[in-house]
Ligand binder design. Sequence first.
Ligand SMILES: Nc1ncnc2c1ncn2[C@@H]1O[C@H](COP(=O)(O)OP(=O)(O)O)[C@@H](O)[C@H]1O
Ligand SMILES: [Mg+2]
Length: 133
Amino acid sequence: MKYHSRKPEDTKKIAAEILNKFPGKKVFYLYGDLASGKTTFTKGLAEAMGIPEKKIKSPTFAFISQYPGLIHCDLYRLEAPDEGIFETLKEYTESDSILVIEWPEIIENYLQIDHIKIKFKHAGEDSREIEIF
Ligand SMILES: Nc1ncnc2c1ncn2[C@@H]1O[C@H](COP(=O)(O)OP(=O)(O)O)[C@@H](O)[C@H]1O
Ligand SMILES: [Mg+2]
């Protein structure tokens, strides 16, 4: 399923739509280049869940940010996955929170958890393609 976003607000709305479309699903893997909209999408999820948007920013030094009902991981700077990160992520999947993982490539072959994959692509200055695959 493919969505087209023309501005950051669209990306947030699409996030809310996808959240409603998969009510039982709790883990989202977000793929895509820098500035393709992964964190903006996460803000949209947070907003839809009633978490104040300002609290969601890219976890830069910490890989993981926790909010009520939402855990946001950015693995961009994770150089090598270790048991610690696997254990932590697995524990999160056992909680009731929604888990969002940006840059999941580094862990996806090791961590077997049910998830939805979403790919973000630049499609012009403020245009993005968002695809569930
Ligand atoms: N349609 C769009 N959807 C999402 N972000 C957009 C869009 N158009 C422009 N942008 C800008 O692109 C950047 C996306 O940043 P961010 O969401 O942090 O991306 P990522 O987490 O993938 O690195 C922001 O500066 C945002 O304002
Ligand atoms: Mg990001």
